[in-house]
Every structure is written in C-alpha cells, then in structure tokens.
Write a protein that binds this ligand. Structure first.
Ligand SMILES: Nc1ncnc2c1ncn2[C@@H]1O[C@H](COP(=O)(O)OP(=O)(O)OP(=O)(O)O)[C@@H](O)[C@H]1O
Length: 262
C-alpha cells in the first residue's frame, strides 16, 4: 500500500504505555504512532497482549503508565485519559470506531440493522428520519447485505453478515480512526476472504486510519502498512509490513513467518 501520501503529524501517539492484569499478563512500555490514512497491524501469538493493548489505545482500559495523545485536527491535541469520561465516550461514538471479533459485542441485538447503523448517525447529530434510513440502506448495500433486511434484527443474520453490519455501523460516520480486533476471526475461510476484500476496499476508499489486531499474517499483509510484532507483552519488532514479513529481524518474527510457510 502507498504510504507516501501520509501526513507528517501523527493522529495518535502512544507513549510508553503499560497495563498488566497480573505480572506477565498484559503489555509493557509500548510506544508507536499512527498517521492519518495509515493502517497499523498488531500481530503476535495468543496471549501476547494484543487485545489488552488495543483496549488501552481505544479508550476502553486506562493504562497504568504512559499516555496517548490524539490529534483530530491542526493544533488540536488531547491526552486521552485526561479527557472527561463523557468526552472519551463521545469520541468512541463519533470520531472513532471499534470492530469487535464477536460482532454481537459491537451491535445492539434487539435493534434492527437499519437502527444499528442509524444510531451512530444520530450520535453525530443527524435527526432527519428519511435521511438516516436512506444512508443506512446505502451502507447495507455497500457491505453487501440485501436492502430487504433493513428492518431485521442482527441475531437473524449469519456471522459474516453480522460482521459486515458491525463494520457498516462503525464506518457510517466516517470515523478518523478505527480499531479492529480479529475482524475476520471466527468466520469460514471463504467468508473471511470476501470480508477482507470488502475491508481493504473501504480502508483505501475512505482513507481510514486503523489499528488491526490479528494473529493471521495473511490478514496483516493484505491490510496493514506497518506492523508491530508482540511477544509476552512487548513489541519485539516493528516496521513496514513487507519488510517485516519478507525480511524479519527478530528471531520470534522469523519463527512466526516460517510457521505459515511450512
Ligand atoms: N480480564 C483479564 N483479567 C486477567 N487476565 C487477563 C484478562 N484479559 C486477558 N488476560 C490475560 O492477559 C494476557 C494477554 O491477553 P490478551 O487477550 O491481551 O492477548 P492476545 O494477544 O490478544 O491473545 P488472543 O490472540 O488469544 O486474544 C493473557 O495471558 C490473558 O490470559
């Protein structure tokens, strides 16, 4: 992917971040930056702290040390965990999106598909019922869900459809930054491939900045400009995706890469 057009001011700066549930369980001293339009992949084995790190950087788990600076526009700077709780919550409903591995964690099960998408639009101030319904319908079509399902609740959808609905709900407000935890996990291989295609198209078209946690290096290769490789709660390697995967420097990354080749 082309990173040459990225802005020189980071959208998000993560500085020496640490969170341990108990000794050895969590992550320590993690620092990195995300630029507008950039997709960062976080890879590593199960239990290496990826999900915990994603929660901390997406305003859902206060770190024990370190800070996160968010810059939504020129000259604007917010220290994420020093903002008022209500401002942080608003950020998650409007400027940011979170796509959970289990789609029902990110959807309202008793609200129609259209309502799930419309709710986010209302959070950014849209009030016109007709416009909201029209945009919800457009997004359903964009994520390849038949328009006829607009009034159905997500529990009647397949796993793949639920995940596409969750993506539509998150992207309808054109967020600046989206956090995704194993967005294709738990889906059949063929459904995963279609979803990946869709995600890749949306990321490019909307110039989304995103952080994607995955243990699947194929997903990382397809979506991420840059990778962080985690092991036992530490970042052991980082760099441009092609460099990390084609010329891994750290022995652990070499092991990860060779394990998918064998
Ligand atoms: N709520 C919690 N309380 C205590 N320990 C936890 C909690 N959540 C996760 N852990 C532990 O913290 C460590 C890191 O977990 P985390 O979910 O961040 O890893 P991960 O790399 O995302 O793994 P996976 O790919 O399996 O989701 C693991 O040892 C896990 O068992």
């Amino acid at each position: 992917m082309n990173v040459a057009t990225l802005s020189s001011t980071p959208l998000l700066s993560v500085e020496n971040l640490t969170y341990f549930y108990t000794p050895g369980k969590g992550f320590g001293n993690v620092s990195f930056e995300i630029y507008p339009g950039e997709v960062l992949g976080i890879v590593g084995e199960s239990g290496s702290g990826k999900t915990t790190l994603l929660k901390a950087i997406s305003a859902r788990l206060a770190p024990q040390e370190g800070r996160i600076i968010y810059r939504p526009g020129a000259g604007e700077e917010h220290d994420l965990y020093r903002m008022a709780e209500s401002d942080r919550r608003r950020l998650l409903r409007t400027d940011w999106g979170v796509v959970h591995q289990n789609p029902l964690d990110g959807l309202r099960a008793r609200v129609s598909a259209g309502g799930n998408i419309g709710e986010r639009l209302m959070a950014v101030g849209e009030r016109h019922y007709g416009d909201i319904r029209r945009q919800a319908g457009q997004w359903l079509t964009d994520v390849e869900i038949p328009l006829a399902r607009l009034d159905d609740v997500p529990t009647t959808f397949s796993g793949g459809m639920q995940q596409r609905l969750q993506i539509a709900r998150n992207l309808v407000t054109h967020p600046k930054l989206v956090f995704m935890d194993e967005p294709t996990g738990g889906l059949d291989v063929s459904v995963q491939a279609r979803l990946l295609d869709l995600l890749r198209g949306l990321v490019v078209e909307m110039q989304l900045a995103a952080v994607i946690v995955t243990h699947d290096l194929g997903v990382a290769r397809l979506l991420a400009h840059r990778l962080l490789v985690m092991k036992h709660g530490e970042v052991v390697e980082s760099g441009l995706t092609d460099r990390v995967l084609d010329d891994p420097h750290h022995p652990y990354t070499q092991l990860l890469v060779s394990s998918i080749l064998s």
